[in-house]
Design a protein around this ligand. Sequence first.
Ligand code: HEC
Ligand code: HEC
Length: 237
Amino acid sequence: MTCRTSLLWMCLLGAGLASGAAAQQAAEDAGAATKPAAMLDLRRQPAVSGDAQAGAGKAAVCAACHGAHGVAVAPNFPNLAGQSATYLYVQLKSFKGGQRSDAVMSGQAAALSDADMRDLASYYAAQAAKLPGRADVASRGAQLYHAGDPARGIPPCQGCHGPDGMGPRPHPSSAPQPPWASFPRLRGQSGQYLAHELHDFRSGMRAATSNAKVMQGVAATLDEADVQALSAYLDAL
Ligand code: HEC
Ligand code: HEC
């Protein structure tokens, strides 16, 4: 830029405005790329069914982390075996739609069609869940899970995840499902993974679906000792 000396202040102001506008445009462009995905309302999510056999073929790429039959190869990866098909489907859909994000899974889900997601969800739902462990029924985790801690506003987890951690049991029909039908099973899940998710709910990292919002509210009542106690209990359930 060339400027006449007498108008140096204008020149500087002009340059400042120009670079300010450029910076703002760049920020808007970056914002557009990382713009939060629209909230996904799952309250009327119909029950999901797919072709489990077709899903088995499509699951080959997932086995590296989630295991050949949905029991993960390491505790930082979630177990998918025996999980509700509807829950699995909505998670894949929200990884693809950007409501849930993860360095690995966002990329994995981007390549899946809606039919792929239904088939994969049906395949994993039909696999045998991790064998039950020996959960300590007298532990602080068990107490929180079954009775919560009303004085601190912690609700009993069993109210939504079932007394045995098996998740809700929606009626098996094509009639509209209750709004809680897409809630997950926790039994057979890795404690390390569950603790990671509780942190994600608490930080707001996982909060862009109607279900995640519910769980975000619950997680906000938990401190770190609660997270550890609950994860240890659930890991052995
Ligand atoms: C390289 C490892 C890796 C591969 C391959 C992989 N995943 Fe995942 N998956 C993960 C991780 C890590 C998470 C947890 C993400 C988080 O913390 O949000 C996850 C989470 C999930 C969840 C959510 C589970 C829950 O309980 O909420 C589903 C469903 C899932 N993966 C399905 C799949 C499918 C289907 C494939 C294959 C198309 C696949 N994954 C491939 C690592 C992997
Ligand atoms: C009012 C209902 C409700 C209560 C009570 C509740 N949850 Fe949840 N929970 C949910 C919903 C809904 C989801 C699914 C969130 C999503 O899809 O992102 C969920 C998901 C989770 C997940 C993630 C599972 C996965 O596979 O990624 C964990 C962990 C969890 N809940 C733990 C707990 C614990 C521990 C408690 C008790 C302190 C609890 N929940 C109480 C509704 C509830």
